[in-house]
Design a protein around this ligand. Sequence first.
Ligand SMILES: Cc1cc2nc3c(=O)[nH]c(=O)nc-3n(C[C@H](O)[C@H](O)[C@H](O)COP(=O)(O)O)c2cc1C
Length: 180
Amino acid sequence: MSKIVLEQLKNELINGCSKKGHPFRYFTLATTNNEVPRLRTVVLRKVQDDTLLTFYTDLRSVKIKDIKNNDEVSALFYHPKKLLQLRVQGKAILETDPKVIQSLWTGIQPNSRKDYTTHHAPGSFINSPDEIDYLNEENYFCVVHIAPVQIEYLRLQRPNHVRVLFEKENLSWKGKYLVP
Ligand SMILES: Cc1cc2nc3c(=O)[nH]c(=O)nc-3n(C[C@H](O)[C@H](O)[C@H](O)COP(=O)(O)O)c2cc1C
């Protein structure tokens, strides 16, 4: 039975990056500077190889500083119509293969490339939103994967809510039901 739930959650994640308007397209990513948790919304770009999740960011962003210091991250997905929540814990891995990075960069619309080419690092103070300069040649495009080690599924429904904790053991997922 928990295998069916696992397949369901994998499908929802895949739909998140492939189906227009699916609420898993955006998720909340938590990193830590080892003192406080830091949360932000990112776009789910790809799901592959047994739930490996991919997002893009600027190499100079605070989340990358956090990840370089502590690669343990959490991700939160919420589907409001299905009242479905996924809480993911995993390790963040920065993509290093220049061929992979280049091929993904080529697939980004020219206007969206601006997100990774600001002259100053994201989070720098400016006087007005019109004051942003962009680089022509250089970019700080960064591809980050999250390899989940734990996924907690919670679906609120009648007569009983369903909460299942999946943990990765020896490359396979083991599911245990929890009191919701
Ligand atoms: C709808 C939405 C989607 C976003 N997607 C991304 C994204 O895919 N990658 C990203 O780095 N930031 C994205 N952001 C911006 C982040 O939420 C965050 O503000 C920014 O990355 C700086 O975070 P940091 O300083 O914690 O690194 C998005 C914000 C919103 C509102």
